[in-house]
Design a protein around this ligand. Sequence first.
Ligand code: FES
Length: 272
Amino acid sequence: MAQQTQQNPHSKRPTLAEGQRTDNWLFAPATFFVVFGMFVIWATFRTFLNNYFYVEKYHYLSPFYSPWIKLPDSWQVMGLHISPALLILPFPLSFRLTCYYYRKAIYRSFLADPLACAVKEPAPLDKMRFKNYGGERVLPFIVMNFHRYAFFAAVIFIILLWKDALEACTVATDSGIKLGFGLGSLIFLTNVSLLSLYTFSCHSWRHFIGGKVDCYSCSALNKTRYGLWQKVSFLNEKHGTWAMMSLVSVGVTDVYVYLVSSGIITDLRFFN
Ligand code: FES
């Protein structure tokens, strides 16, 4: 009779050297490291550039500078005007950085803690781990609980960005504005659609819609909440995808505005 081997459920965690995962587990954290790293570098450059963020003729306003804020000329540091993007950035940034998906991705890609499921931290980092890790009930990670509030600020930004996207489908004329559509309009509409999918697939939103209910069928309101919860759950299944696609689309939108407003390229117009 063939001898059965039994796995000890309490055996020590697998290490990199043991190579227990044979799939390409490094691909996801490495890709996130590169994409998110590039985004942070570009966003920092653009935030402090404080220029080339608006194409007046086609009403293209960079998402980093939306909503439009005109700061007093006297607001200067070392002779330089303070960038309004600095006042805007904390809102989308706090939403992204406390997002459940980004937390996982950042812990894996930038802290290697751990790099992936069933992959132990590299030895030098393993020794540096928090000795008194208390989860998200104590500092510093307790700040992650702010996410549920950051969500509501993000919804306000979604409304403002939809307004920007619709305005990007117009052209300034001598007598006012008229409809017009260019590659930039398409980029703006795609960007705000992806941002909406990302925002409304949020785990906190899903809990807000359908959480803390003992009986979904006991009242008309709870039945409605159940129906909405199912729809949010459908979006939520791809939350990580929306998170990455919307990050890239924000970057692409800003790069496009930068290129057109600085005169490096001209907008490709489909009409008007
Ligand atoms: Fe990712 Fe809320 S969990 S946006």
